[in-house]
Ligand binder design. Structure first.
Ligand SMILES: [Zn+2]
Length: 116
């Protein structure tokens, strides 16, 4: 259990490094595959499936990377740990579980509810 949000800065920095590596390596994979059609139908189908999967992973990695970058920017601004929506301090246990979350539990739940 952490005692202050400050303790999460190195966690976020490590996470950013991991995600950057992830996004970069998937970018390379996609670039290499390109429009590489083969003479074998089955191979094309498999390749298209793999590309779609890679793209999905990459998109979610990029989204998470953006949240991590935002969280690190908030450390600089001194606003880390505050909810983007209501300005309340985010529960430490929640931050420890999801260090890059921009929302407190109540706002995150309200958003999930609205999305339905
Ligand atoms: Zn909130």
């Amino acid at each position: 259990m952490i005692r202050s949000p400050e303790e999460l800065k190195p966690v976020l920095e490590a996470l950013r490094a991991d995600l950057l590596e992830n996004v970069e390596s998937l970018k390379d994979t996609l670039a290499l595959d390109g429009t590489g059609y083969t003479n074998h139908q089955a191979d094309d189908a498999t390749q298209a499936f793999d590309q779609a999967k890679d793209l999905a992973i990459r998109t979610s990695s990029e989204k998470r990377l953006q949240l991590v970058e935002d969280a690190l920017a908030k450390f600089e601004a001194g606003t880390y740990g505050r909810c983007d929506n209501c300005g309340q301090e985010i529960d430490l246990a929640r931050l420890e579980a999801i260090p890059y979350t921009p929302l407190c539990m109540a706002c995150a739940e309200a958003r999930e509810y609205l999305r339905r």
